[in-house]
Design a protein around this ligand. Sequence first.
Ligand SMILES: Nc1ncnc2c1ncn2[C@@H]1O[C@H](COP(=O)(O)OP(=O)(O)OP(=O)(O)O)[C@@H](O)[C@H]1O
Ligand SMILES: [Mg+2]
Length: 253
Amino acid sequence: MSFLTLEAIDKTFPGPRGGAPVCALNQLSLTVEEGEYVSLLGRSGCGKSTLLAIVAGLEKPDRGQIRCRGQVVAGPERHRLLMFQDAALFPWLDVLANVLYGLNLVENLTNAERLSRAEKFLEMVGLADCRRFRVHQLSGGMRQRVALARALAPDPDLLLMDEPFSALDALTREQLYADLQRIWTETKKTILMVTHNVREAVCLGSRVVILASPGQVVADERVTLPYPRTLNDLKLTAVAAHISCFLQTEVEP
Ligand SMILES: Nc1ncnc2c1ncn2[C@@H]1O[C@H](COP(=O)(O)OP(=O)(O)OP(=O)(O)O)[C@@H](O)[C@H]1O
Ligand SMILES: [Mg+2]
C-alpha cells in the first residue's frame, strides 16, 4: 500500500462571473511513497495548488478518492500540513510564539515539551538566536524558515509546500535548498512541493511530476542524483534540461 494515493480525482470550479465551469483536475491519479520528495511542475493554472488543497483536505474532490496511510482524507489534519508561498506568519507574535502556535495542534504535550520542540525546530532552520524577533524584523528568507519550523514542529506525516521559495532572491533560495535537503534527510518527511522552477524541482525532489492542464499527470521522473545537490552541478543541469523539454514540448496545448 502506498503512503498517499490519489485515484481518478476530478475537480471543477464554478466559472468566474457565472461563466463556464473551470476544470482544475481531470481524472488525476498519483501515488507517493513514504519518504519521497515529490516536486510538482506545470504551467500556471494547470491545477497544482488545487491538487495540494485537496490533499490537505481543504478542498473536496467532485469525484475520486484520496488516501493517506490507507485512511480516506476527509478534511484538514495536523498530519498533512500545507505551507504557502508567503510565510503567513502572525505579525503580533514573535518567532518562537509562531512556532509554538503550530504546536497547539498537537494534543498531550506539556508546555515544557512544546517549548523544547519549538526550540529544536528553530535550531534546525538556523533561527535559534532570533526566537524573540517579531515578524517585521525578519527577512523574507527568515520568514520562510519560521514557516518551515512551524510546519515541521507538529511532526506531520506529509508536508505540502506551494511555491515556498518563489518570493525569495536567488542567493537566499540556494541557502534554503541546502537547508531543506539537510532537514529532509534528517526528518525523512514525505514532501509534496509545487514549484515553477525546474532546477529547484530537480535540486530538491527525489521525483519530479509534471501536470498538464486540466490537471493530469503527463510525466513522472525519478531523480537519482545523490544528495546534497547544488544548482550548478552539471548533472543536475542536464536533468533539468531534459525535464524542461518535457514542459515545453509534451505539455504544449
Ligand atoms: N477556489 C476556486 N474557485 C474558482 N476557481 C478556482 C479556484 N481555485 C482554482 N480555480 C481555478 O482552477 C484552475 C487551477 O487553479 P490552480 O490554482 O490549481 O492552478 P495552479 O497550477 O496552482 O496555477 P499557478 O501556477 O498559477 O499557481 C484555474 O483555472 C483557477 O482559476
Ligand atoms: Mg498555484
